[in-house]
Each structure stands twice: as structure tokens, then as C-alpha cells.
Design a protein around this ligand. Sequence first.
Ligand code: PMP
Length: 406
Amino acid sequence: MNASIREQFPILQQEINGHPLVYLDNAATSQKPRAVIDAVKHYYEWENANVHRGVHTLGSRATDAYEGAREKVARFINAKSTEEIIFTRGTTTALNLVASSYARSVCGPGDEIVLTEMEHHSNLIPWQQAALAVGATLKYIPIQADGSITLEDVEKTVTDRTKVVAIAYVSNVMGVVHPVKEIAEIAHRHGAVIVVDGAQSTPHMKVDVRDLDCDFYALSGHKMCAPTGIGALYGKKELLEKMEPIEFGGEMINDVGLYESNWKELPWKFEGGTPIISGAVGLGAAIDFLEEIGMDEIARHESRLAKYAMDRLSEIEGISLYGPREREVGLVTFNLGDVHPHDVATVLDAQGIAIRAGHHCCQPLMRWLKVSSTARASFYLYNTEEEVDLLVSALIQTKEYFGDAT
Ligand code: PMP
């Protein structure tokens, strides 16, 4: 990855607390390149109108921009058609849509929804709520010490009563890539669907929903260089067609009567109200940007950085590193002895280094790890080995500063 990529991110050019910004909180949200910022600006300066309504020129420009972005998302993850791409606010909203509409209609008392204990709250609570509403049972695939799961355990957990298997492609804490394609095969053999939380995979690797054969796939734009407030749900057409909307109002209707109404065809029946048009435009621009660099190139860069970070971090005495030693994706989670992760993040911030500290929206996993919180550094295409070195020396200084606590 060359320096010219970094130069395309205006926010990275600043100093924080007198130091050049080292932004290592990409799993929370990524920074935005000039091309995305400009695309949103261009939209508001030249195309802004409401979509699917205006007969006027701006109305059709806005509609073309919005639907053009949908085509880009479909191509990016290799969906069969744009009918299979529902714009949402992000991964959370996408997963809630599947849990509230699909799961509640297919699950009854005694049916099973299968998860892992390392799921992000966004891929846990919607299923808890669905299970509570219909009397279904939640089951958990056991986790290995390094955060991986085995296919043997998947085979043991998924049964003919399982209706849904919901799992993150990449864990936002353990940095593990789950064998989603193989899990999909097991789920399908039992007549269940697989719902993939793609929040941490889509920004960092080539994703092919048809090759994975997943039934639903959720993604967030803001983690992949796009603005906040936009994301998407992919669903197989035959499943989406059978699902009822969960939001009702303007834009999603076909014919409205005083006592009954019916809905537009896919994908619009799930997009009630004025959508996040500028966000979709920004997501389209982000996809163009990432594709120009190449998802394989981005994945290679991050995996090199992750390996380097694991090597360098493991030199620090007293550090606990979570997840597999061999890393494919660019995030590393750790604790520095007994120093509270919030203290670590605060000391690092004073040196311009942004990392995340907390439970990372994974409280059940924190309990499983027997910690209350951890620190996490997460990389993206613009990060460098020099930044990993700065992180490591700042951590060594932090450890010295807190002395015996470690
Ligand atoms: N799942 C995972 C694995 C995540 O890392 C996140 C974001 N931290 C989410 C779901 C939720 O994404 P969003 O907040 O964009 O809806």
C-alpha cells in the first residue's frame, strides 16, 4: 500500500495532542477518503431531491444516484440482482430486520436459533428478542481457546429444529474468520438459513455472497470508507419475497386503502420513508474507491500488518493477546497486565494514538474471557508498520508508567 492512499484521507493529516494522528480504531469506524466526501458534496450541490417520486430533473438525478449505488453494492458482494439489496442504516438495522420479520415468522416454540458467544450485541439481542417473542430456544456453538469454532461443534449444535444460524464472518474482538461457507452447508442440510454479520468482513476482504451461499448478509458502510447511517441487507430473493416489512409508511407502498394496503415489489417494500440518499451515494463512491485499490490487495496489506503487530506486541512482557496467534485480519485485542484498558487508551491518546477500550459490544464474550474489558487496535488500508511501532513503544511506556500494576 503506498503513501498516496494515505494522502487521500484528509482527517489523517492532522495532529492530535501535538502528535501526528495514528488512527487504530477502524473496527469501530473507518475514516473517509476525499472521493467519498466529494461525492456526498456533489450530490448535495447538484442532485439533491427525493427519490422515486419527482418527475422533475433533480428527482430523476437523485433516483439514478441512489439506485446506481444499489447496483454497486450488489456487484461488490456478487448478489444476483439489485432486488436482493435492501438499504438500511447499517448492520444492526439489517440484522433486526431479519430477526423481526423472517425469524418471527418461521420460528415457533421449541425451534432453535444458533449463535456463538462471541457475537456482537447487534447479532445477539435481535435473536434474543425474536426467541422470547415466539418461544424459540437460543443455542450457542462452543468457542475454542483462540476464539475459533470447529465444524464438529457446529454439526453437534445445529439440528433439524434449527431454523436460523447467525454468525459474524469476522469477530470484532477475536479477529477470527469463521468458516461461513462450511457452516452454511451444515445449516442448509438441516433446513435452516444462515445469517452472516458482515460488519467486520466486508471492509477488509473480497466477499461473494453466492459463493458463501449465505441466505442473509448484513454490512455497514461506515466501516468501509462510506458515511455513517448507511448499510445494507443482502437476502436471497425467494426469502425476501416471503418476508413482511417491519416499517410501514411512504415510499414502500403500492396501493393504500383506508383499511388495508399492499406493498411495492423488492427491494423497496423494506425501505419505508425517505431513505438515506446521500449515504447511499457515499457508499457507492466508497465501493468505487475500494475496488480501484482491490479488495485482495487490501486484505494482503492488513494481514501483513496484523502479523507484524502480533509479533511486535508479543515482545511486550506481561501482555495478554486474545484470539489466534496466526492472524488473517487486521485487528489485535489485548490487555496490558492489570492496567485498565481505559487507562491504556487514555495514555495513548495523549500521544495521538487512537485505540478502542471497553467490552466492544460483546459482554458475553468478555465474561467468557474472564475480563471486564480489553484494548483493541484495528487497522485499515491506510495504516503502516511505522504506526504499529509507535503503538508498541507507547504501550511499553504505558507499562513503565504504571509500574507494578502490570
Ligand atoms: N457486528 C459486528 C461484528 C460489529 O463489529 C459491529 C460494529 N461494531 C456491528 C455488528 C454493528 O454495526 P453497526 O453499529 O454499524 O450497525
